[in-house]
Design a protein around this ligand. Structure first.
Ligand SMILES: O=P(O)(O)OC[C@H]1O[C@H](OP(=O)(O)O)[C@H](O)[C@@H]1O
Length: 308
């Protein structure tokens, strides 16, 4: 359990971050936990696994990749401990493998949407969006990237290091420069923390402003999202919770000491409605946002009535 708690803490503090990365880290934690789990009965085993699953799921509330990875891993159909253990280990291994494959496939599929000469704007640090961009560059397309800083945690710094390693010309801008720079952009590509059944995108705070600016300038907005980032529970109208992160990520508490009337807010994500999204690049192919239900039904295996 210590190791699992350690992974949970790393996800909570964002030492491990990115919707895809936290999902694979959680599946790995379940795999390792179950491998050596002591339990006399299947009931005891299931209770312990459910408890461990909840610890992981409760670390960050918005990225649906996390509960999808955990519940896909721990679901089993066995009645004895050893068989259940084996099934969960296989499930977790399968998830981790498919997540790697999905990222690679998004690169291949997404790169087809990128043309020679494109200037691409991106926001926050999405491994899925970067997979499409770097794959297109490796195919010989002469592209460049504008990346936002992505306050407060400045994930844009991860982008510039990654893109520089690929020798991709990259411009780093503050978040408030998005609209002003949009006139030079051919397409926007961002990642996803979650996609709801109505095709709305939940992604890093600021994405919806970027989408508005793109819409105004008639620049296409593409979302790179693995199928496991679609949210089954939204079929029944459940809202995706937006994570409020600690305010010391935004401002040093010392600066607030003598300002009793000031409140700081740090919502980590926002919602971009489907009408601002042109395409979603998934590992299963490119879809319009209106096809989100199809992905949930066909690839996550969840149907109406499945959800308690
Ligand atoms: O899964 P990949 O494509 O890497 O990232 C998807 C999204 O996850 C990140 O969340 P955070 O930085 O962990 O809050 C960003 O919002 C990013 O767009």
């Amino acid at each position: 359990m210590n190791q699992l708690q350690d992974t949970a803490e790393k996800i909570r503090t964002m030492e491990i971050r990115g919707a895809g990365r936290i999902a694979s880290a959680a599946a790995t934690a379940i795999h390792d936990y179950v491998k050596n789990l002591d339990a006399e009965t299947i009931q005891e085993f299931d209770d312990k696994v459910q408890k461990a699953a909840k610890i992981l799921v409760n670390t960050r509330p918005t990225a649906v990749s996390l509960p999808n990875a955990v519940w896909m891993s721990v679901k089993h159909s066995k009645t004895n401990v050893d068989d259940a253990r084996e099934e969960i280990i296989n499930n977790a291994n399968r998830f981790i493998k498919q997540a790697d494959y999905a990222l690679e496939n998004i690169g291949k599929i997404g790169s087809k949407r990128i043309q020679d000469g494109d200037v691409i704007m991106t926001h926050c640090n999405s491994h899925a969006a970067l997979s499409a961009i770097t794959t297109a560059f490796e195919q010989g397309k002469n592209i460049s990237v504008i990346t936002t800083e992505s306050r407060p945690r400045k994930q844009g710094l991860l982008n510039i290091k990654h893109l520089n390693d690929y020798n991709i010309p990259t411009t780093y801008i503050v978040d408030s420069a998005v609209r002003s720079c949009m006139k030079n952009v051919d397409k926007v590509i961002v990642g996803a923390d979650a996609i709801s059944v109505n095709g709305a995108l939940i992604n890093k705070i600021g994405t919806s402003q970027l989408a508005l600016a793109a819409h105004e300038s008639r620049v296409n907005l593409l979302v790179a999202a693995e199928t496991y980032k679609f949210s089954p529970s939204t079929i029944q109208g459940e809202m995706i919770e937006i994570e409020d992160r600690p305010t010391d990520e935004v401002i040093n508490p010392d600066e607030l000491r003598d300002l009793p009337y000031v409140e700081v807010k740090n919502p980590a994500f926002d919602v971009t409605p489907a009408e601002y999204i042109d395409l979603i690049i998934t590992d299963a192919g490119v879809i319009p946002p209106s096809m989100a239900y199809f992905i949930i039904k066909e690839y996550l295996g969840w149907e109406l009535g499945d959800i308690d």
